[in-house]
Design a protein. Structure first.
Length: 78
């Protein structure tokens, strides 16, 4: 997920970057810089889940990574 996609998810849900930055104990500028990447780090997503009180599904809803899109795979041991 790119930083731009993450920003659009936050905006679409009425979440302001300055509020998220404050909850993360970051300056708004540092948080904005953290979003200027081609691939958001998992650790940042986990922190966002904690401060926003959401699951990862919040960020991956309606994508191929959504839990409703994932097929259960089990090992047969054969």
């Amino acid at each position: 997920m790119t930083g731009e996609v993450l920003k659009s998810i936050l905006f679409r849900n009425g979440i302001q970057l300055k509020d998220v930055a404050e909850k993360l104990d970051m300056s708004q500028q540092n948080f904005s810089n953290a979003l200027k990447v081609a691939d958001i780090k998992t650790g940042l997503l986990e922190k966002l889940c904690d401060v926003l009180n959401v699951t990862l599904e919040f960020f991956y809803h309606d994508t191929k990574y959504s839990s409703s899109s994932i097929v259960q795979v089990t090992a047969s041991g054969d």
